[in-house]
Design a protein around this ligand. Structure first.
Ligand code: MRU
Length: 338
């Protein structure tokens, strides 16, 4: 597993992250020495995955505190930077949760910039460690849902890379592998940005977990042939009623699982639950640029054809058998209070 501090870390005056746009071909660190560079890295998906975005948000507050010019309006400048970081991507609630955790560390200290810098840095590093620990617990709870040799389907990347260490959906797989249960994983490519083919396959290969990458369109056939024992996916935001936003294609996977009588599980830390959203209809879904689908090269999609590129979709709670969180396995009906 990539070590947590190689995925993201806070250095004095910089957030340093593994650039996930270049994996698996190259493992290159990207140094974000100011808030603008961090926001650009978030938008470009150099740093991505809901829990990791939360860690980036908390570290972003520490970065803002380190970089903001002192003097009149210092607090307002840090808070404005924090608000812009939180808004860099709309769907994963963890980003705003991480920023809020960072800002909370500054409470009662605003008239002492040096104290704010220390407290926000300490909170960001602790937040990272806590998120990794939550993933380990999720892995242990989730592993109990699968038998030896289970053929598990996931989507996108909900592994160490997406969480800062260990993983949620892949944390379950990782724990099964550690326990000697020999899991097998179906890995849909996850177009258009290929988080499955590039990142999940990379992590599973490093861990020595047997897996196959397949085109997204091949999923339905797998289920019809009876080759999937269970599905486990991550989440970007879980509404109060359990409706879950995750990578586009997750809803289709849930419909397939339901149709074929295959259990469908969501694995996520409680930092991904947004009790303020009554149901999935309220969750903002990010629209990504045309180029990700149509390509920068001419001839991929006719220039006259408009493109739609939603990064996420919402799976209704009715299609979810269990939500695996750090304190256990929750079953329907789901009800997350504020
Ligand atoms: O657009 P991305 O790559 O940030 O999307 C990531 C996902 O959809 C993950 O499944 C989700 O964030 C959970 S990560 C543990």
């Amino acid at each position: 597993m990539p070590a947590p501090e190689t995925i993201i870390r806070l250095e004095p005056g910089a957030v340093v992250l593994l650039d996930q746009t270049l994996l698996p071909a190259q493992a290159v660190e990207r140094r974000c020495g100011d808030v603008e560079t961090l926001i650009a890295a978030i938008r470009a998906l150099a740093v991505r995955g809901a829990p990791l975005l939360g860690v980036a948000g908390a570290m972003g507050v520490a970065l803002a505190a380190a970089r903001a010019e002192e003097g009149d309006g210092w607090r307002a400048r840090v808070e404005a930077d924090a608000a812009r970081i939180a808004a860099a991507r709309p769907t994963a609630v963890n980003l705003a949760v991480g920023v809020a955790a960072g800002l909370a560390a500054a409470d009662g200290r605003w008239d002492d910039p040096s104290a704010v810098r220390d407290a926000t840095a300490e909170r960001a590093r602790a937040f990272h460690a806590e998120e990794v620990e939550r993933c380990r617990l999720i892995g242990a709870h989730g592993a109990a849902l699968f038998g030896p040799g289970a053929r598990i389907c996931t989507i996108c990347n909900a592994g160490a890379l997406a969480t800062g260490g260990y993983g949620t959906a892949l944390g379950v797989v990782r724990r099964l592998h550690e326990d000697g249960a020999a899991p097998f994983v179906w890995v849909p490519e996850t177009r258009p940005l290929l988080q499955g083919a590039r990142l999940t396959a990379y992590e599973l290969g490093q861990a020595g977990v047997d897996h196959r990458v397949l085109p997204d369109g091949a999923l339905a056939g797998l289920f019809r042939e009876g080759l999937v024992d269970g599905v486990v996916v991550g989440a970007d935001r879980i509404a109060a009623n359990g409706d879950t936003a995750n990578k586009v294609g997750t809803y289709g996977l849930a419909v397939l699982a339901h149709h074929h009588g295959v259990p469908f599980h969501v694995a996520a830390p409680r930092t991904t639950i947004d009790p303020g959203m009554p149901d999935g209809a309220a969750i903002p879904i990010e629209e990504r640029p045309r180029e990700e689908v149509a390509g920068p090269a001419p001839g991929t999609v006719p220039a006259t054809s408009p493109v739609r590129n939603p990064a996420f979709d919402v799976t209704p709670a009715a299609l979810i058998d269990a939500i695996i969180v750090e304190d256990g396995v929750l079953r329907a009906p789901f009800a997350f209070g504020a």
